[in-house]
Design a protein around this ligand. Structure first.
Ligand code: ATP
Ligand code: MG
Length: 564
């Protein structure tokens, strides 16, 4: 995919400058540090593309590090899914997969080191009191009465915390920095908590766990990270990041650089909300095609190439913003337009009988697989007397400018003949059109003497006897408003869920070449959009998920912007 990046990438420039000045000894080592407490989403993809992309570009390397310092919400299912997703996106950490929990012993020793230097102390205030003593953005905090404990007492208490002598919440280890600091993060932040909980990797070996602010800089230093890229909310933590490294006498000092997280319209990206949607069964699971999770997008038919191109295009900035979902959709369309074979699929079938086509006869017509790809070749489409067309492509009483099938008006069946409606069979009671009878003009076949005759409409169709039945699932935005959290007072984000985000169509008729479709293979259903074969083949049915409709609202937005 061509690199048509628009937005800048200031991190690229920092790294290039650092390489020139030899700042990190000419090395570039980044890391992607997910907490295994949920599935990855498109926001994580931005971080993955950035970390792996920067390293690739400058001949460096990237570590995958599980930031597994909180035993209560983390588990192996997530650890596995995260690896699958990073690989699927097209990135390779080679042999550099690490866990923060691998460093627990070293982190503990660093904490002891800080304590012995008088830079950390055991506080026995309750969690509520610690919060109260912390002060506010406008008022300084005040010292805990335990702040003046002797080094010996602190060392002893911390060892006993580790040994499991105290229940949860009775003591914490805190950095001794400055309770009056204008930066609240520097007001003696907590470094260790007591938590009697089994960890998915270390089991019951530990009952104290380090906080992110302590574990993260040290893990970065242990791995020799040069550029530690994180999202903007950590900007105010940077002084603490640097403090921890300096006071721990770390061998290497990675540089923390913050960038704006990706926010997308019409969806939610917080792990808490995603988990909530899954647990409340408001969606069908982590891989529900309406979710912005990588597993959801994959099942929906998104390609890693499209997601990477999207991430490159949005770039990285220092200011938070919201990206339109339509832009992401534009990138998948661009990619699939080049790659997806075209097929005929009728989603809401209407029977069409060609009265003057011989009963029992059939013929093969030639169809182009992908006009965008000259190497994609052609295929044979069977034609016969009874066909299906899209129900909405016929109107007995047409509105103005309706160029599709209507009594007396000719239309072309793509790759086949021009037909004309001669009569209609209706349900006596409901008046519903059940079947349309047409005649065809044999001279209008491709290569025939009338092949070039102009008609205003061209319809897709399948031969009834040759088509396969399929289920098609249509998806719309999961949330009604661009800002999913924009709800009335007293309501939570679920108030904005789109009740019509999912529609199941059964009895669809698709051309028989789709019998050979592999799970997750993607097609353009002519005139309908891009679709992908659902990977769940357990019930032997052909099920297609609509990736995206054909109409590109983003291209339209861009066009009107240019015209203005
Ligand atoms: P939380 O910390 O609340 O569990 P998180 O979204 O930060 O959630 P992590 O697993 O810590 O989840 O994220 C791993 C990495 O991905 C972090 O470096 C984080 O900054 C980055 N990341 C997460 N969400 C986004 C986003 N929306 N845009 C860009 N980067 C993101
Ligand atoms: Mg995080």
């Amino acid at each position: 995919m061509p690199d048509d990046s628009q937005a800048g990438n200031f991190i690229r420039e920092i790294v290039a400058t650092d390489l020139k000045t030899g700042k990190h000894g000419g090395r570039v080592v980044t890391r992607f540090p997910p907490e295994p407490n949920g599935y990855l989403h498109i926001g994580h993809a931005k971080s993955i593309c950035l970390n792996f992309g920067i390293a690739q570009e400058f001949g460096g390397s990237t570590n995958l590090r599980f930031d597994d310092t909180n035993p209560s919400k983390e588990n192996l299912e997530y650890v596995q899914a995260i690896q699958d997703d990073v690989r699927w996106l097209g990135f390779d950490w080679e042999n550099r997969m690490f866990y923060a929990s691998d460093y627990f012993e070293r982190l503990y020793l660093s904490a002891v080191h800080l304590t012995s230097k008088g830079k950390a102390y055991v506080d026995s205030l309750s969690a509520d009191d610690i919060r109260r003593y912390r002060g506010t953005l406008t008022e300084p905090g005040k010292d805990s009465p335990y702040r003046t404990r002797s080094v010996e007492e602190n060392i002893d208490l911390f060892a006993r915390m580790r040994a499991g002598e105290f229940p949860d919440g009775t003591h914490v280890l805190r950095a001794k920095i400055d309770m009056a600091s204008p930066n609240v993060n520097m007001r003696d932040p907590t470094l260790y908590r007591i938590r009697h909980a089994a960890h998915h990797r270390t089991g019951d070996a530990w009952c104290i766990y380090p906080t992110y602010d302590f574990a993260h800089p040290l893990s970065d230093a242990i791995e020799g990270i040069t550029h530690s890229l994180c999202t903007l909310e950590f900007e105010d933590h940077r002084p603490l990041y640097d403090w921890v490294l300096k006071e721990s006498d770390a061998q290497c000092h990675p540089q923390q650089i913050e960038f704006a997280r990706l926010n997308l319209s019409h969806t939610v990206m917080s792990k808490r909300k995603l988990l909530d949607l899954v647990e409340k069964k408001l969606v069908a699971g982590w891989d529900d095609p309406r979710l912005p999770t990588l597993q959801g997008l994959r099942r929906r038919g998104y390609t890693p190439e499209a997601i990477r191109a999207f991430c490159e295009h949005i770039g990285v900035a220092k200011r938070d913003g919201v990206v339109e979902m339509a832009l992401l959709e534009h990138f998948i369309r661009e990619d699939l337009n080049r790659r997806a074979p075209r097929v005929m699929a009728v989603l809401r079938p209407l029977r069409v009988v060609i009265d003057n086509y011989p009963e029992g006869a059939e013929e093969d017509l030639e169809a182009i697989n992908n006009p965008e790809d000259p190497n994609a070749g052609t295929r044979k489409l069977p034609f016969s007397r009874t066909l299906y067309i899209e129900h909405e492509d016929f109107r007995e009483v047409p509105p103005k400018k309706f160029f599709r099938l209507t009594p007396g008006q000719e239309v072309r069946l793509r790759y086949a003949y021009i037909i004309q409606c001669v009569s209609i069979v209706k349900d006596d009671r409901t008046g519903e059109v059940l079947e349309v009878h047409c005649t065809y003009d044999p001279e209008t076949r491709s290569g025939g003497p009338q092949a070039g005759r102009k008609v205003k409409g061209t319809l897709h169709w399948v031969s009834a006897a040759h088509a396969l039945e399929a289920e098609v699932r249509l998806y719309e935005h999961l949330f009604l408003k661009a800002d999913a959290g924009d709800v009335g007072e007293g309501l939570d984000y679920t108030a904005n869920l789109n009740p019509n985000s999912f529609e199941r169509l059964t009895g669809c008729q698709v051309e028989r070449t789709l019998a050979a479709a592999a799970p997750l293979s993607r097609y353009q259903f002519e005139r309908q959009g891009y679709f992908c074969l659902d990977p769940d083949t357990s019930d032997q049915k052909l099920v297609f998920n609509r990736t995206v409709a054909l109409r590109d609202s983003w291209a339209k937005i861009e066009k009107t912007q240019q015209e203005r």
